[in-house]
Design a protein around this ligand. Structure first.
Ligand SMILES: [Zn+2]
Length: 350
């Protein structure tokens, strides 16, 4: 019997950045409504939500930054960045987002859950040590990775980031660290500007950052191909003890911010591919956290398909999906990544 956890709390909807902001509470509203549909209701185990502790936040962010965000609590409006503001409930939502993810990781590690999806906001992967940006306050996935290492005594963590945008904050958090492998596919050149092929990490962390920048137009087959021909061999060589996923749904074909062509079936296939890697490396231990995604209907349906995959209700045929890729484009990408990564990974040298 598989148990899939979800992190869900109405307080995540108290963070509001204005009427016209795409990162809005309704993003979670439609997902939480979908969880009540007869097909989904009662299928998932709710993870008890708690705020992240100061200690957990300070592993990734500076004290002055954490205090700066804390000082926005109860304030009607604070400007942080051209795209990022807070309201009275934002700080609470942000610490609950990071804390909820940590709790989900703890329950997966203890075996109470097989896997989990943190359906939280604000998102996190753009948040830097000292700076809020790109709709993000605290870097949830980075905080979760350090929590797994420091509180749960795990060693190697793989972070897969399929959001449309490059997770600059996550990359910077671990670029000197060989114990956390960051793998990102993202539209490029695009916001936030980082994530070129040759950004591979620094010092001891060289090779433990793998960037696959993409022009627009990539769909289910190409993403599947990238996962099976680049991510999978590297993951099996790295042997993570836990896989975390920055799951952004702005690569959905109808997303207003993105130029990618992924369908709900494609998202299910990506989740399946990651679960297969987790099965081979770490007893299936994988925890997803919500990042972007701005087409409400598309995100609702895509999250649903991913959850069904995590719960084992459906099993997407990744091979069949990969067969739909544009072969030439995929071959070029694989060769381009190999050229950069072959000095770090045996599997990339052949
Ligand atoms: Zn994004």
């Amino acid at each position: 019997m598989t148990a899939t956890g979800i992190v869900k709390d109405k307080r995540y909807m108290n963070h509001w950045m204005g009427e016209y902001h795409p990162e809005r509470p309704e993003r979670l509203g439609v997902i939480y409504d979908m969880l009540e549909e007869s097909e989904m209701a009662g299928k998932f185990k709710e993870v008890p939500v708690r705020p992240a502790t100061k200690e957990e936040l300070l592993r990734i962010h500076s004290l002055s930054y954490v205090e700066r965000i804390e000082s926005t609590a109860g304030q009607e409006y604070t400007y942080l960045d051209a795209d990022t503001q807070t309201c009275a409930g934002s700080y609470e939502a942000a610490v609950l987002a990071a804390g909820g993810l940590c709790e989900a990781i703890a329950m997966v590690q203890s075996g109470e859950l097989n896997n989990a999806f943190a359906l939280v906001r604000p998102p996190g992967h753009h948040a830097e040590r000292n700076r809020a940006m790109g709709f993000c306050l605290f870097n949830n996935v980075a905080i979760g990775a350090r929590y797994a290492q420091d509180n749960l005594h795990l060693g190697r963590i793989l972070i897969v980031d399929w959001d449309l945008h490059h997770g600059n904050g996550t990359q910077h958090s671990f670029e000197n660290d060989p114990t956390v492998l960051y793998f990102s596919t993202h539209q490029y050149p695009y916001y936030p500007g980082t994530g070129a092929f040759d950004e591979v990490g620094q010092g001891k962390g060289k090779g433990f950052t793998v960037n696959v920048p993409l022009t627009v137009g990539y769909g289910d087959g190409e993403y599947m191909g990238i996962y099976q021909r680049i991510l999978r061999p590297i993951a099996l060589e790295f042997k993570p003890e836990l896989i975390l996923v920055s799951a952004g749904f702005d690569i959905y074909y109808g997303d207003p911010l993105g130029g990618m062509n992924v369908t709900p079936t494609g998202f299910a296939g990506m989740a399946r591919a990651i679960m297969d890697m987790a099965d081979e490396c770490c007893k299936g231990k994988a925890v997803l956290t919500l990042e972007g995604g701005y087409d409400l209907e598309g995100q609702r349906e895509s999250v649903k398909q991913v959850l069904k995959e995590l719960a084992g209700v459906s099993k997407t045929d990744t091979r069949a999906l990969m067969a739909t890729a544009e072969a030439e484009i995929l071959d070029y990408l694989v060769e381009r990544v190999k050229r950069t990564q072959r000095q770090y990974w045996k599997c990339m040298s052949s």
